[in-house]
Structures are given as structure tokens and as C-alpha cells.
Design a protein around this ligand. Structure first.
Ligand code: IPE
Ligand code: IPE
Ligand code: MG
Length: 253
């Protein structure tokens, strides 16, 4: 359960590309995708779910081990009631329709965020899905729903205090294990679709040295080829972690 630094990569030889161990995606642009087609925003969210199915499959093929998806933020409650209800309905539909397939494909579901705020029925469905898939180990799918990075950190702090942990005992490994992602390594790559260049309260702790990739492509159109492009860019990054480049020879020795 120790926290591991995020510098681990699986290599997919058939693709000749380094694949991030922990990929996180801010699935943005569903609304704009729909509006540009003269469709209601909910149609964009439905198209987003279709695409998610494709991206999950691509991640299992490419050898990504952890995929964290941002599906609903603690700020998204600010949207109009019908859209919020539509997004909750989509989560329920995904669990109802996709769980058998996800389970059969070795996907372990985890939930990041607050369950409170969801209907009791939906809370039970999420808990049951997490429990049913707990021993799967091909891909961990963290679903960030009613998730905020600040909220997660505050919840962790409250539990640390209520567990009576002393100040001296608190270090990064301990703190990591109080987060919703307990036991998982840090994020290697964050992909944000639809062109925005902001973090939007996503994985504030876990992304401390994540590489960031932003593309103008809307989420419903972000297919396997787009994912591969992101991995190629990721492969070219020089992850220095504050040190010196491993790609250049030191000249001052
Ligand atoms: C992302 O698409 C999905 C959620 C935030 C739930 P948006 O709904 O934010 O799409 P845009 O940004 O309005 O295009
Ligand atoms: C981030 O997208 C949240 C999710 C993708 C769930 P938003 O569309 O809510 O983010 P902002 O409002 O552009 O920051
Ligand atoms: Mg958006």
C-alpha cells in the first residue's frame, strides 16, 4: 500500500510507445460537441459515454493500468437542475448497462469523491459495483463523480484527525493512504479535451508531477488515435522531477 512515485511505464511493443501507468482524463466538451450539432447538451453527454467505452477498451489494449476519469465535479452542481439530473441518470445507466462487460474484462471500479449527494439508490449501486469488481486487476477505473480535489484533501484531513494520528506521524505516504486513491501511484499523464487549460479541482495532490496534455478535440471525438497521439507526446517529455535532464550529459563535471 506504499505510495509509489509516478515514474512507472508499461511499454506496448506493438505500438512502440511508452504508455502511462496512471492516466487521468478531464472529459470536457460534451456540451459544445452537442451545441455545434444543434443537439441538446444531454446528447453530448450520451455521446461522451459512448466514447468512454471506446477509450476504456483502448486503455486495456494499450496496457494502461489505472484510468481516472473526471465525470462530475463538486462544482458541477452549479449547472441547471435538468442537466445535473441527466448526469446522475447517466452514471446509473452506465452501471446498469456496462458493469457485466467491465467485470468480464477485468476492470476494477473505484469511486473517487463523495457518495453523499447522490440518491440512496445510486449510492448503493456504486458501492455494489465497487464491491463486485474489487478483485479485478487488468485495469483500475477510478470514476471521479461528485469529486473535488480540495474536498478530498479536507475529508482526508478530517479522518486523520478523528483517527488520532499525531502530527509527527503525518507524512506523504500516510496522507496518500487517506485519499480516495489510497494505494495507487501518482498520476503520470493528465489529458484534457476541448481546449481548456485549467485543472478545475482535479487530483490536486496526486497530479503533483503529472505531465499535462491539452487538445482542442471534444471528448466525444477523442478516439483511440487521439489517445495514441497523447501517449506519443507524453513519451517525448523529459520528466525531470526537479532534477537535471536524464537525456543530456552533464557538462560541468
Ligand atoms: C464535460 O463536458 C462533462 C461534464 C463536465 C460533466 P461539458 O458539459 O463541460 O461540456 P462543455 O465544456 O460545456 O462543452
Ligand atoms: C471539468 O469540466 C469537470 C468534468 C469534466 C467533470 P468543467 O466543464 O466542469 O470545468 P470548467 O467549468 O470548464 O472549469
Ligand atoms: Mg466543460
Amino acid at each position: 500500500m506504499a505510495a509509489v512515485s509516478g515514474a512507472i511505464h508499461a511499454r506496448d511493443d506493438s505500438l512502440n510507445v511508452n504508455v502511462p501507468f496512471h492516466l487521468a482524463v478531464i472529459m470536457d466538451g460534451n456540451g459544445r460537441w452537442a451545441t455545434e450539432r444543434g443537439l441538446p447538451r444531454q446528447a453530448g453527454h450520451r455521446a461522451g459515454v459512448e466514447n468512454l467505452r471506446r477509450v476504456i477498451r483502448a486503455c486495456t489494449e494499450f496496457g494502461v493500468r489505472i484510468l481516472t476519469i473526471y465525470a462530475f465535479s463538486t462544482e458541477n452542481w452549479a449547472r441547471p437542475g435538468p442537466e445535473v439530473r441527466g448526469l446522475l441518470a447517466i452514471l446509473e445507466m452506465v452501471i446498469d448497462r456496462e458493469l457485466d462487460d467491465l467485470d468480464a474484462n477485468g476492470v476494477q471500479l473505484r469511486h473517487l469523491g463523495r457518495l453523499e449527494g447522490l440518491t440512496p439508490k445510486l449510492q448503493e449501486k456504486v458501492k455494489a459495483a465497487v464491491y463486485r469488481t474489487r478483485n479485478n486487476d487488468r485495469l483500475t477505473l477510478n470514476v471521479a463523480f461528485n469529486y473535488g480535489g480540495r474536498d478530498e484533501i479536507l475529508r482526508a484531513m478530517r479522518r486523520i484527525v478523528s483517527d488520532g494520528i499525531s502530527a509527527e506521524e503525518i507524512d506523504e505516504v500516510l496522507f496518500n493512504n487517506y485519499l480516495d486513491t489510497a494505494g495507487e501511484p501518482d498520476v503520470d499523464l493528465i489529458v484534457r479535451t476541448a481546449g481548456e487549460m485549467r485543472v478545475s479541482n482535479f487530483l490536486i495532490w496526486q497530479a503533483f508531477y503529472a505531465e499535462y496534455y491539452a487538445t482542442p478535440v471534444y471528448w466525444p471525438d477523442f478516439d483511440k488515435d487521439e489517445l495514441l497521439k497523447a501517449f506519443q507526446v507524453f513519451q517525448g517529455r523529459d520528466r525531470k522531477y526537479g532534477g537535471l535532464s536524464t537525456k543530456q550529459k552533464p557538462t560541468n563535471e
